[in-house]
Design a binder for this molecule. Structure first.
Ligand SMILES: Cc1cc2nc3c(=O)[nH]c(=O)nc-3n(C[C@H](O)[C@H](O)[C@H](O)COP(=O)(O)O)c2cc1C
Ligand code: SF4
Ligand code: SF4
Length: 260
């Protein structure tokens, strides 16, 4: 039992870092990872239940909506949602609001993890990784204080028509992108990506990481590879890798992280 439960999906660590910083303000919090099916779905004993997740192509990462639906929250519980994105939050908060009516929601922009589309500093407002991290920590602490104070958002989150179209196209596009994942000869078969992949989509074959087709495009394998040995098509070869400086691959592999 914990006073607060925060459900988190994170590919390159930004959302887990935001959740940890909110949890530090709240105290006694279980952070439940939603990279796979969440290990704890019954949050009926928590006073506050939150969700932190990224925007992927205007929508949600694969499996996250199903995880939202699996979570049980007692009537009268204070609920909150935080979307992280590079520029715009998309439909995720409104999807969440339709499943668990939100008392409070907010958005934190951070470095862009979508390396096949943009370099990581292409965020709104544009800034480098260090400044973006300071800003994210500041905003997460502010959100934590507002949640602790029981602040309620004046309006429900909205979804725009363009984001809805984008989000519906994402599963097909994601499959196409997944087919481009390859390891290079820099791979030392350390197995980190195998352990990190929430879909069990990576195996080691002949001393190299090999990818299947069951991929949700989270890019954790690519962004955290210690050898920078994973690419998604030619565009990522020269692009600088990014993962949140305060979140390790080992933390992303956890099912539940407790913050006192
Ligand atoms: C596949 C993919 C699609 C993305 N699509 C969007 C998007 O539509 N809009 C946006 O503002 N950011 C987008 N992003 C950026 C992430 O939402 C942002 O970097 C977020 O902070 C990542 O959180 P994480 O590090 O916890 O995974 C995308 C990232 C990925 C990997
Ligand atoms: S994390 Fe990188 S080096 Fe390790 S097995 Fe995967 S691709 Fe190879
Ligand atoms: S293969 Fe890589 S990008 Fe795809 S789901 Fe696994 S870790 Fe994420």
């Amino acid at each position: 039992m914990s006073t607060n439960t925060i459900y988190v999906f994170s590919g390159s660590g930004n959302c887990l870092d935001i959740a940890k910083n909110i949890a530090k303000k709240l105290g006694d919090t279980d952070i439940v990872l939603m990279r796979g099916a969440p290990e704890k779905t019954d949050a009926t004993d928590s006073e506050r239940v939150g969700f932190v997740f990224p925007c992927y192509a205007g929508g949600l990462p694969g499996g996250v909506e199903e995880s939202f639906r699996a979570v049980k929250i007692a009537p009268g519980t204070y609920t909150f949602g935080v979307a992280s994105c590079a520029a715009y939050p998309g439909v995720g908060l409104s999807v969440l609001d339709s499943i668990h009516k939100l008392d409070y929601w907010n958005v934190v922009t951070h470095q862009c993890s979508c390396i096949w589309l943009f370099p990581h500093d292409l965020m709104m407002p544009k800034m480098g990784a260090e400044k973006a991290q300071e800003r994210s920590e500041r905003l997460a602490a502010l959100i934590g204080a507002e949640v602790l104070g029981g602040v309620r958002s004046a309006k429900a989150p909205k979804a725009n028509a363009f984001n809805k179209v984008e989000a519906s196209a994402w599963p097909t596009l994601s499959k196409k992108k997944a087919a481009k994942l390859r390891s290079t000869e820099a791979c030392v078969a350390c197995g980190q990506c195998v352990q990190l992949c929430p879909k069990g989509n990576i195996r080691i074959e002949d001393g190299r990481a090999v990818f299947g087709s069951d991929c949700i495009g989270c890019l954790a394998c690519l962004q955290y590879c210690p050898q920078e040995a994973i690419n998604m098509g030619g565009v990522t070869v020269k692009r600088e890798r990014y993962h949140n400086p305060k979140v390790s691959a080992a933390e992303l592999m956890q099912k539940i992280i407790h913050v006192e």
